[in-house]
Design a protein around this ligand. Sequence first.
Ligand SMILES: [Zn+2]
Length: 404
Amino acid sequence: MEPYDPPTGAASTLVTNIGSLVTNDPAFGEGPLGLLTDAALLIDGGCIAWAGPAAKAPSADEQVDAGGRAVIPGFVDSHSHLVFAGDRTAEFNARMSGRPYSAGGIQTTVDATRAASDEHLHGVVERHVREAFRQGTTTLETKSGYGLTVADEARAVSVAAAHTDEVTYLGAHLVPSEFADDPGGYVDLVTGPMLDACAPYARWVDVFCEQGAFDGDQARAVLTAAAARGLVPRVHANQLSYGPGVQLAVELGAASADHCTYLTDADVDALAQGSTVATLLPGSDFSTRSPYPDARRLLDAGATLALSPNCNPGSSYTSSMAFCIALAVREMHMTPDEALWAATAGGARALRRTDVGRLSPGARADLVVLDAPSHVHLAYRPGVPLVSAVRRAGRPCEGARPGE
Ligand SMILES: [Zn+2]
């Protein structure tokens, strides 16, 4: 974390000599990123109290020199699957040797997760939350979905809730093998006793709407049942094939439709006209040698985009938002500005948060200092560990809950 090391415990801290500051607030700087150069930020009470030119900065109890580095909002990761056990290195190795990815690989992780202790699962989540934080992610959603029994799903959301407030109930991740001949019976479980057990721990409900997982009618049943219990929908949609997921998400007012790789014109129009964010997960496409979603088509149509690593042990075992920004720019033809916005403000939209994903007054002081003069370096220097300091609510984040 050297050399930037702001003091903690001060009533107010001025971070000054910021070479390039992304506020994500057009009222405070240039363009959609609200970009300022030679800038300063005042942190007070864990929040941003002031942002503007360094020459006009107010005084503070303590002052920190950013040394001309870039400062960006902490990344907002709206899609991860961290409550898991087991190892799928061999599956990845086989896939890289020519075997295609299919939804069924999830069952491998389900078996290992059911067999794991609570303590083990807590350790896995904590390790990955810290790993993400070190790379600049200060808000992080995570899902159940590797339990797939009432008790194991309830345990998964309970474990997740110990580490973040952005918890998603994903009982409808896959029809488990014991229900292979009775998928309708499994949907009844997901919309009945499993929902009863999980709803108290979760803010969101998600469903894997895909061939080999849940069809449109099943997905609708799951989302509407959970919505009636106050959970807000999000949908794994159109990842591996064309299908009803995206339009179902928009129709039900889902916060986000995630993946969005195989889209018809009607799907694109629905996303452009609705309030549902299209969350693109290029780490999955990278790690499964699959086509990337057409980000330019979505942006040109007027859709709102988020980016997430989709950290999970099967299809995308990376927690690096910077890597996803590089992929979004190189492979999906997003501009560096669009990718940075999607990884911060876009993620906040996908989680319906207004307190994160920006660095203007009133926001939580979640910030990343880059060992670079500009956020463009995140794509320009792929794979380089540019994150030199991370603060969440103005503080270093060891042990903090990233979803709060
Ligand atoms: Zn996912």
